[in-house]
Write a protein that binds this ligand. Structure first.
Ligand SMILES: [Zn+2]
Length: 484
């Protein structure tokens, strides 16, 4: 059985990849595509944020089952906002300790549902070894010792007692102690290098496993640099960051002696977690939620809940609005629907979901099970105006337009928690603004249901094993288990 190397490139988009191929600037990715199969239309889950996507990738289910609602969400038990680190200002407001503990510990050990098993856990029970290189979701059978870098340690004061679970090999930059550090230059682990959560560190770790003959059966390598760069650019023309990613992939392929040898020995899977959308230049392209909802008492970041009306959790181009007082919910929805820069406003109703379009108020309702089968084989009952979600009926099958796989994805997000919540998404070119959250005017952003944020490329090389089509990120876990 061949070993599997899974390369997860943050914010890689099929359009940019195809431009690069036309310019012949990404030889490694081009090689993997030419030697294998390529799908330009794989669909990720929603919200299109790494924490939720990685959870679905590793558990093979939507957030209604794995229970990670987004990058930022409200925890009713703790009565506080959970943030898996979104920008320095947020961390400053919530405290590094809380953020570090959430992303390093709570995400995997507490928030991710125990009712689902991860790919790493299932591989271990099949007697297969695996590695997670810098991925934020990594729950596995083995306990790993957390050793925070000095500066982080004195400011967080959490740690040494909290071991972290993971597969056989776990790296999280400098934050988990691993024997691999011997082979990785110290300079790749500094504060300015995001404590080792960068592409150079990840590739050094992967290479070191391959070259020392310690490559596990399955290795997930997370490459985050592309995302940071695309946020600062026009995503449609973000070729340079992907060219840099390609150099790293060349580096991995080179460690097998030749590229042909690499694909002879291993199956390579390359995909992304989400895309990005171009955000307009001027301030009007930010939808200021603090202002839009100013007539309600909103919970401020870092504040304790008392007599508040609502909590806003901003996930860039999507946001969760949690009504804390149910009598205020209709007024909150009314206010959100009045804003035409908001694309969709959705909330739980009966067994399903009601969605309204911002501005027009056009409405649709859907619930699981019923006469309408979609292209992924899920069945639904749908009433109202199908164009609200750009749905079509092709010979009795529901097909998707601007919002790929929207029924499963929106249902998954709204049922990720058992409390009342409203999902809102921004129209293309727009992003939500709230105090202390990072903004991307004149750059790129993601989070929404729109195809710009939702379509990812998929390359599989070194196996002819058939994949369920059309491909979805949520189905990749089962595909990988089937390979073994
Ligand atoms: Zn991002």
């Amino acid at each position: 059985m061949k070993k599997v190397i899974f390369l997860l490139v943050d914010s890689m988009m099929p359009t940019v990849f195809e431009d690069c191929m036309r310019h012949k600037t990404v030889p490694a990715l081009q090689f993997l595509k030419d030697q294998g199969r390529y799908w330009p239309d794989c669909v990720t889950v929603f919200p299109t944020m790494t924490a939720t996507v990685d959870s679905s990738l590793l558990t093979g289910v939507f957030p209604d089952v794995h229970r990670i609602p987004g990058l930022v969400w409200y925890d009713p038990e703790e009565k506080s906002i959970v943030n898996y680190v979104n920008g320095p200002q947020c961390i400053w407001k919530l405290g590094l300790s809380k953020c570090a503990k959430n992303v390093l510990y709570n995400l995997n050990e507490k928030h991710l549902s125990k009712k689902v098993s991860t790919l790493f856990e299932e591989l271990a029970s099949m007697g297969k070894t695996s590695a997670s290189i810098n991925a934020i979701v990594h729950r596995g059978m083995k306990k790993h010792h957390v050793r925070l870098p000095f500066l982080m340690n004195i400011s967080t004061r959490f740690g040494l007692k909290d071991d972290m679970s993971g597969p056989d090999v776990l790296t999280l930059g400098a934050m988990v102690h691993t024997d691999l550090h011997r082979n990785i230059p110290e300079r790749l682990r500094g504060m300015r290098q995001k404590y080792g959560i960068n592409d150079s560190y990840a590739v050094s770790a992967a290479k070191s496993l391959i070259e020392s003959q310690n490559q596990p059966d399955f290795m997930l390598v997370y490459l985050p640099d592309n995302d940071h760069e695309v946020h600062k650019k026009n995503p449609a023309h973000a070729e340079e960051p992907l060219i840099r990613v390609d150099r790293h992939i060349q580096n991995i392929l080179n460690s097998f002696g030749s590229w042909d040898e690499a694909v002879k020995q291993c199956i390579f899977i390359v995909t992304s977690d989400h895309g990005q959308t171009r955000i307009g230049k001027e301030e009007g392209f930010n939808i200021d939620l603090d202002k839009l909802l100013e007539s309600f008492r909103g919970l401020k970041l870092g504040e304790a809940v008392s007599s508040h009306d609502l909590v806003v959790c901003n996930n860039e181009r999507m946001a969760y609005v949690y009504p804390l007082r149910q009598d205020k919910k209709p007024d909150i929805i009314h206010q959100l629907v009045s804003e035409s820069r908001i694309d969709l406003i959705a909330w739980k109703e009966k067994q399903g979901v009601t969605v309204k379009e911002g501005g027009s108020g056009r409405t649709i309702y859907f619930e699981p099970n019923g006469p309408n089968k979609d292209i992924y084989g899920s069945t639904w009952t749908i009433t109202g105006d199908w164009l609200t979600l750009d749905l079509y009926n092709h010979d009795g099958i529901v097909t998707y337009g601007d919002y790929p796989d929207v029924l499963s994805r929106l249902y998954g997000a709204l049922y990720s928690q058992d409390i009342p919540m409203i999902v809102i998404t921004a129209r293309p070119r727009y992003e939500f603004k709230s105090r202390f959250y990072p903004l991307h005017l004149n750059g790129g952003s993601h989070g929404s249901l729109h195809k710009y944020d939702s379509i990812i490329p998929l390359i599989i090389t070194g196996t002819e094993h058939p994949i369920k089509e059309p491909p979805r990120l949520v189905d990749l876990k089962q595909y990988i288990l089937d390979l073994f």
